[in-house]
Design a protein around this ligand. Structure first.
Ligand code: NAP
Length: 266
């Protein structure tokens, strides 16, 4: 599947997939992995002071050879320090990391946003007001408070998005959609890590197994013949055509097959 861009509410566009630097370490380790992200095609990077690797993100950005204008940068609080650490003159999107960072209150933090707009440190600060800054982890109620007095809407709300929190997040997503605020969803893979025995991991693994085996068969250069009584499954089969395994993955599946060989049916 191709990762397109998503339009912000001023009709500018941001890449619809981003590389986040949380838990990506420090020093060479962080620079290497951020470099790798740029090298495979990520052009949107999500950093935060709290992640303690903004300098590494800046070093990777400079080493990447990418032009500053071709990379999208999201950061949270303390913008001047972050710009210095990243070694950039501005960031594209300035996020208030969460409601608890909106201190002492939401109106005051938006005044801070206005000052940032005037400083030119955030590219999407627009003359009319606040629409260049985004928020993170804002609920519908908090967004309503913000919109009540904001001259313009925030560009984005960055929230956790995975299947086991959708009962909480769907109303936020719908509200943002209605208001023209782009939702950035973080931690989509969290169920695989934190709820390993849960139903989402089970279904994800079941689907992955199916898609992976079709992609593996395709990698052998054969015409893949499959079947199902279920329309949804047939759609999955078709979409698996976009899915390509790495050579090492194919080799790992080959080896697993050889380690447990079976006879052909008679
Ligand atoms: N605004 C906020 O409050 C906030 C909060 C959290 C995150 N974020 C942003 O969102 C970014 C992404 O968050 P995230 O790391 O939680 O995203 P994620 O996509 O849910 O998780 C990525 C992690 O999942 C692991 N993973 C992927 N598939 C797996 C599998 N099958 N089994 C076990 N582990 C698997 C990866 O491990 P490997 O490294 O081994 O591949 C990787 O470390 C962060 O870097 C940060 O920029 C923002």
């Amino acid at each position: 599947m191709t990762w397109d861009t998503i339009a912000l509410n001023d009709a500018s566009h941001i890449p619809s997939v981003a590389f986040g630097t949380w838990r990506r370490g420090n020093g060479e380790e962080a620079i290497d992995i951020i470099n790798s992200a740029f090298s495979v095609g990520f052009t949107h990077i999500d950093t935060a002071q709290a992640y303690r690797n903004e300098a590494e993100a800046g070093a990777a950005l400079r080493a990447s050879g990418l032009k500053r204008k071709d990379v999208m940068t999201d950061i949270d609080a303390s913008i001047r320090n972050s710009c210095e650490a990243l070694g950039v003159d501005y960031v594209d999107l300035y996020l208030i990391h969460g409601p608890k960072h909106a201190k002492p209150d939401i109106p005051t933090i938006w005044k801070k946003g206005e000052a940032i707009k005037e400083s030119g440190l955030a590219k999407y600060m627009c003359p009319a007001g606040f629409e260049s800054i985004g928020v993170s982890n804002f609920t519908v109620d908090l967004l309503k408070i913000l919109l009540e007095f904001a001259t313009n809407k925030p560009y984005v709300n960055q929230i956790m998005v995975h299947p086991q929190v959708m009962h909480l997040q769907m109303p936020v997503i719908e509200f943002c959609r209605k208001e023209g605020i782009v939702v950035e969803g973080y931690s989509p893979c969290l169920p695989l890590i934190h709820y390993v025995d849960g139903p989402v991991t089970a279904i994800a693994q079941q689907i992955a197994r199916r898609l992976v085996l079709l992609a593996w068969a395709k990698s052998k250069g054969v015409v893949v013949i499959t079947s199902s009584t279920k329309l949804e499954r047939l759609k999955d089969y078709i979409s698996a055509g976009d899915f390509e395994l790495y050579t090492d993955d194919v080799k790992a599946i080959d080896a697993a097959g050889m380690s447990d060989p079976k006879e052909l049916p008679s």
